[in-house]
Design a protein. Structure first.
Length: 243
């Protein structure tokens, strides 16, 4: 566990739950229902990685830490990056330049994009790779129970790519995964049941997000090997993720 670095989420509550923030050399999965905050956290981390180390980012001196954002559903918003960057005290234009936006149009493309990152990541000092969402294309292309085995096989291959990338280049990998709000309504598909099915069998961190009142959200640590189980509350504000 040498050289591990942490990126702040913007919420000290959430950071504490994560043992200080989102960790390099690790895949961190945020899963939860629609609107639970998965994309907002992903946007926020793409900004925060660029902060100097004493502010919870991974920029050391002049060497700016950058992010890759792989968007599978078209939910990425530059305006949101601009807003979060301004609130974080970064130049919004520069903050946007330091995020490599990539749209993955299907699961094969998604995997090809990650393969290309093995060249880009070390060259551009990329320290965070987001895949939002990691599961949507795989679910759409291999629907239902009858395709479960082949889907899981492809997804595992993809996750293996991502974990290699995290390990080799000491980057943080953040993936999101949308699940049904009600665990009893998952149409016979165990990968959509909340907490009911482990996505992969790689060392990693899984955080369940739940909607609470207004802009409040609940985050729960799920079966992390080196972190205590627990729950905390954070907020999604105009400025981004906060306590
Ligand atoms: P998902 O888990 O589906 O990815 P999101 O991360 O997109 O969910 O969260 C969407 C929620 O984030 C919205 O319902 C809203 O509560 C909050 N949100 C988004 N943008 C803003 C903003 N500019 N100011 C305050 N809250 C926002």
């Amino acid at each position: 566990r040498m050289n591990l670095k942490k990126i702040t989420t913007g919420s000290s509550n959430l950071d504490e739950l994560l043992g200080g923030g989102v960790e390099t050399k690790t895949i961190t999965e945020f899963f939860g229902e629609f609107g639970s905050g998965k994309s907002q956290i992903s946007h926020q981390l793409s900004v925060n990685v660029q902060l100097p180390t004493d502010q919870g980012g991974l920029t050391e001196g002049e060497n700016i830490a950058k992010a890759v954002y792989i968007d599978t559903e078209g939910t990425f918003r530059w305006e949101r990056i601009e807003q979060m960057a301004r609130c974080a005290g970064l130049d919004p234009e520069l903050a946007m330049e330091n995020i490599y936006y990539m749209r993955a149009v299907n699961s094969d493309h998604q995997m090809a994009v990650v393969e290309e990152l093995f060249g880009l990541v070390p060259k551009e000092n990329i320290r965070l790779v987001v895949v939002d969402s990691v599961t949507s294309h795989f679910r759409a292309e291999y629907p239902g129970r009858e395709n479960l085995a082949v889907r899981q096989q492809k997804l595992n291959k993809h996750l293996h790519q991502l974990s290699r990338l995290a390990e080799i280049y000491n980057v943080a990998v953040v993936i999101t995964n949308q699940v049904m709000a009600k665990p009893d309504v998952f149409y016979g598909d165990p990968t959509q049941a909340v907490g009911g099915h482990v996505l992969y069998h790689a060392p990693g961190v899984r955080v369940q997000l739940k909607k609470s009142r207004g802009n409040k959200r609940i985050a729960r640590m799920v079966d992390a090997p080196h972190l205590p189980e627990g729950e905390t509350v954070f907020e999604i504000t105009e400025c981004g993720i906060r306590d």
